[in-house]
Design a protein around this ligand. Structure first.
Ligand code: PYC
Length: 309
């Protein structure tokens, strides 16, 4: 298996460019279902320990169905599969440019939740236009054991998010393990209380915000990802969910720039235009850098050949 590693604002993306599963040529959402059902070991071989870790989002580069698209992609991590991944699309474009496969300009990318457009601005800078994002429920209060009542919004940005009002602790790296612990408890409490996204979808990402932060950004966030790791980037789908909530509250106008900073200090410049379905079409600009080209080896006698899943 040949992979290219990059990071977007510190958040790693590992793209399988050779040696992935053959998922046929059906719609990308069907291919993701087939990946999960029959070829899940490719996911664990690629992103689980000992070859990788739960901070990384994996991506399978696919041929698109739609000939106007540059590529298709299926994102996954140590816990399962993602709908979309904003930092991952930025990493994908930068990787394709690094490989000499694309030129600057706009590229349509098929994902399991729809087509996104991403513009390669320079070798490392990408502007992503995400799928329509929206707030699903506002002011939801859940009782969290040991914490008490926690209130926030449920929103879709390509994945399901619970956006907590404020933060229980300062958003600094020294608090990462406590923030991870508290956000995991909130995620469990949401599930126990039956709070879901549309159609009963699991809310697998939890966000805390410091608005405004101590820096000159508009907001700093902490994002708990499904595998239990925190997003080192400001999270493209999480920032999309945030824009949807800001728009719904009348706190951000269309085309106004929102600078979202992550807990490691990396930034996305974000804005939105009004979507056809009543939500927002987020635009997210960020930078990615390639840092590795690897041939993964799977020896027959290796007891952890398929990864520690
Ligand atoms: O950037 O959308 C994102 C993302 C999702 C999970 C990790 N990063």
């Amino acid at each position: 298996m040949r992979v290219i590693d990059s990071h977007t604002g510190g958040e790693p993306t590992r793209i399988i460019i050779e040696g992935g599963p053959d998922l046929g040529d059906g719609p990308i959402s069907d291919r993701r279902a087939l990946f999960a059902e029959k070829y899940d070991h490719y996911r664990t071989m690629c992103v689980c320990e000992p070859r990788c870790s739960d901070a990384t989002v994996g991506a399978l580069l696919c041929d698109p169905v739609d000939p106007t698209c540059t590529a298709g992609v299926i994102f996954f991590n140590t816990a399962g599969y993602l709908g979309m991944c904003g930092h991952g699309v930025i990493g994908l474009l930068v990787t394709l440019a690094y490989l000499g496969k694309i030129n600057p300009g706009a590229h349509r990318i098929e994902t399991p939740v729809g087509i996104v457009t991403a513009e390669l601005l320079t070798a490392n800078k990408v502007r992503l236009e995400n799928i329509e994002s929206y707030r699903f429920r506002s002011n939801v209060t859940v009782n969290v054991p040991g914490l008490g009542a926690v209130t926030g919004d449920v929103a879709w940005g390509g994945n399901w998010f619970f956006l907590v009002d404020g933060t229980p602790l300062a958003l600094s790296l020294k608090n990462v393990s406590e923030l991870t612990h508290v956000s995991s408890k909130i995620r469990r409490a949401l599930s126990d209380a039956g709070v879901t996204g549309k159609g009963g979808a699991e809310i697998d990402h939890v966000e805390f915000f410091q608005d405004p932060p101590e820096s000159d950004a508009d907001s700093r966030n902490f994002v708990l990802c499904p595998g239990g790791a925190y997003d080192r980037s400001p999270c493209g789908t999480g920032t999309s969910a945030k824009l949807a909530c800001l728009a719904a509250d009348g706190k951000l106008d269309p085309e106004e720039i929102w600078v979202q900073e992550s807990i490691v200090g990396s930034r996305f410049a974000a804005s939105y235009r009004v979507g056809k379905g009543g939500g927002v079409i987020p635009s997210i600009t960020g930078e990615a850098f390639v840092f590795g080209e690897t041939q993964l080896v799977f020896q027959n006698d290796d007891p952890f050949r398929l990864g520690i899943a």
